[in-house]
Design a protein. Structure first.
Length: 127
């Protein structure tokens, strides 16, 4: 049995993508950077403290990074926060999508897009 070398991954030039090699070909995957994850997890933590959300998942694909929010672990996600760098020059690369597939908010800045949860946070905190 021949031993295969260990492949170490390096970050790509763009902070939004990371290059992964598979079988000699290069595939760029979209990632959330530390500042983006901090903003998302701040909102998530507040809603967990209010008892509204209980679980999350992060998925990195070739063209999109997705932060899914769940009420319970075994359910479909209530919301998805998506980052699609290809839409940067159009309507914005960040979007919040409901479980029904409706886009609740889309924009160029993550902080502005996450404000869609402010109303729910105030409602959860007061009730």
């Amino acid at each position: 049995m021949a031993e295969e070398p260990i492949a170490f991954l390096r970050a790509a030039q763009s902070p939004a993508a990371r290059t992964v090699s598979q079988g000699g070909s290069q595939i760029a995957q979209v990632r959330f950077d530390r500042a983006e994850l901090t903003r998302i997890l701040t909102v998530y933590g507040r809603m967990v403290a209010a008892g509204e959300w209980r679980d999350y998942a992060i998925d990195f694909r070739d063209d999109v990074a997705v932060f899914s929010i769940f009420r319970r672990t075994a359910e479909m996600p209530l919301f998805r926060v998506e980052k699609r760098p290809k839409l940067r020059d159009r309507q914005g690369m960040y979007a919040v999508i409901a479980a029904t597939g409706h886009i609740l908010k889309r924009g160029h800045e993550l902080a502005q897009v996450l404000r869609v949860f402010d109303k729910a946070l105030l409602k959860a905190a007061s009730g």
